[in-house]
Write a protein that binds this ligand. Sequence first.
Ligand SMILES: [Zn+2]
Length: 318
Amino acid sequence: MPGPKDYYKTLEIDEKADAKAIKSAYRRMARKYHPDVGGKGQEERFKAINEAYQVLSDPSKRAEYDRLRHGYADRASKSWGPGFHRVEREPSASAGTEDWANLFEDLFSGTGNFATGSSAAGSSRSSSVPENEVSISLEQVAEGSLVAVTVEELETCPQCHGSGLDCSRCGGLGRVNVPKKFEVTIPAGIEDGTVLRVGDHARIRVKVRDDPRFLRQGKDLRARLRVTVPVAARGGEVAIKPLVGERMAITVPPHTNAGKVLRLRGLGLPQRGKRTRGDLLLEVELMFPEPFSEADDRLYDELLKEHSDKGGELYAPR
Ligand SMILES: [Zn+2]
């Protein structure tokens, strides 16, 4: 995890440098390290110079950068050790839990106005970061998948080679947005709303579509299972089609009442980074086999004579 980039050092200027000093330092450095002059070996350096200039030449970005820079120094001296890792799921907009490198990307990506704590009123961080959405099915959650996405990536401007000097193509930024295609691996077990990084600094939010048959509850799946009254009464096998895989027979035990939940272990969803899978929970609903025949009616008449329990209790809906 890189620490804060020192843009002042990159441009070889003082923290108190004014706009004019920044500009002239940039011109001097850009000329010195331009790939046409300095050669291939200086490309990284040249990029860094452009990046530094993009931020420091914009008063609001510079102010934000200074604030973050000092904030980072404070935090680094307290609790932020080298073992800090970013979390994949977008945390709430708070600089205290954010990854410094990401803040830099936001600053540098030119989207501006990203929220860090109280500084940007009313805007959330996620709204300012270029973010794409990809929607996947529950089956894709179960099995993992590869999806193609196109995101914009900042690239060195082909016209000015990044110097930005008198360039109409990039408007002096030295970089231009280029659409790029990526194949993104969606890991099995991914949660709805997870944000994955793509390419240099694009993000995609993974949306898991609702499924007509299954409701996801963490690693478990829930469904209602219709069972005929005779099978529920006497027990028997019914064929079900799980989320993935072939149809399979499951056993309904004798005297299974409506509302009973059958738990099928391991037929739920995988968990990221774990070998175990969740369970499939089937809530039994009773149905009469249709159509009713005269023979059915005679048998139910027998049952009616056998039982005094006619029901009639009321329960609030679930
Ligand atoms: Zn250009």
